[in-house]
Design a binder for this molecule. Structure first.
Ligand code: NAD
Length: 291
């Protein structure tokens, strides 16, 4: 989606942080912006702020974990702006803790918001983007934690790996439909993500670890820079959008471990006994990603 002017974007988690910054960048590029968030007070303030800056925008309260709320938000967007071209699945929550720290209810909430929220967005908005034939884009906010697994945020990292996988598969599915798909994979960014976690009575976490994350986020990148780079990359049709070059080594370390595991498999006499181990994949409907 090279040109943004006179098109419409719908953004989840748009009342704060990266979502609000994305709304600003899209608005200043001449898009109509539908902001949505679970926090109605912050959402109202965000809309006022954007309108004061001359952005054509409106808002709808929506908990992305609720499919009916997402469908309602999609209907309101069409009623208000007629068409939608750009879906930004950005809402997300952070929970700190490893395998023995988080309750199953916490796991479920993280998956419901961070993963099913994206699924609900695609379910409600993809048919609308397809329907007008003008093309469009879907941007999913994942994280560098969707490529590198961090034990201190096990549930969060698990959810973000799912977002990356979903994004890659969707990009492949929409390859010939003039609808681009990207995964935004930031590192620490200066937002409310840790304070949102600590102010929620549902999520208990280790005080020292929380302080460490608080410090990292407070010293993180500006959400405005993350958003400006993200939209520039969307316009270039990038699949992966990494905003923190210093996280490259961590991602490379994982790739190297995978390469090493394959090298070991290729040297295995046991695996060589089975001809399927080396037969090339040729199954209808399974494509190797092109990017
Ligand atoms: N801040 C970082 O360091 C960082 C790094 C990598 C990825 N991310 C990702 O960026 C995205 C945005 O987070 P942020 O850092 O701007 O945090 P933030 O807390 O400042 O903003 C998140 C927004 O999402 C909203 N939200 C939370 N749960 C919701 C729900 N169920 N339905 C709708 N809205 C909901 C919040 O009310 C808030 O306005 C998240 O997906 C997060 O995982 C953040």
């Amino acid at each position: 989606m090279k040109s943004l002017e006179n098109k419409t974007v719908f953004i989840t988690g748009a009342a704060s942080g990266i979502g609000l910054a994305l709304a600003r960048v899209c608005g200043s590029a001449g898009m109509s912006v539908m902001l949505s968030d679970i926090d109605d007070v912050a959402l109202h303030a965000a809309v006022e702020c954007l309108r004061a800056a001359g952005v054509d925008c409106d808002s709808v309260v929506c908990d992305v974990a609720q499919p009916a709320a997402m469908r309602h938000a999609a209907e309101v967007t069409i009623q208000r702006f007629g068409k939608v071209h750009f879906l930004i699945n950005n809402a997300g929550i952070l929970v700190i803790g490893g395998a023995s720290d988080n309750s199953l209810d916490t796991w479920r909430r993280v998956m419901d918001v961070n993963v099913m929220g994206v699924v609900h967005g695609v379910d409600a908005f993809l048919p609308l983007i397809r329907s007008h034939g003008e093309g469009g884009h879907i941007l999913n906010t994942a994280s560098v934690g969707g490529h590198v697994a961090y034990s201190a945020v096990l549930a969060y990292s698990t959810s973000k790996h799912a977002v990356v996988g979903l994004t890659e598969a969707l990009a492949e599915e929409l390859r010939n439909e003039n609808i681009g798909v990207s995964a935004l994979c930031p590192g620490f960014t200066r937002t409310q993500i840790v304070s949102a976690m600590t102010s929620s009575s549902n999520f208990a976490s280790d005080e020292n670890q929380t302080l460490g994350f608080e410090n990292a986020v407070e010293n993180g990148m500006s959400p405005d820079v993350v958003a400006r780079y993200a939209i520039e990359q969307v316009q270039q049709g990038a699949l992966y959008i990494f905003t923190h070059p210093r996280t490259r080594d961590e991602v490379s370390r994982r790739s190297k471990l995978i390469e090493a595991a394959y090298e070991k498999a290729e040297c295995s006499d046991l695996l060589r006994e089975d001809p399927d181990a080396y037969r090339s994949l040729n199954v209808a409907g399974i494509n190797v990603p092109s990017q």
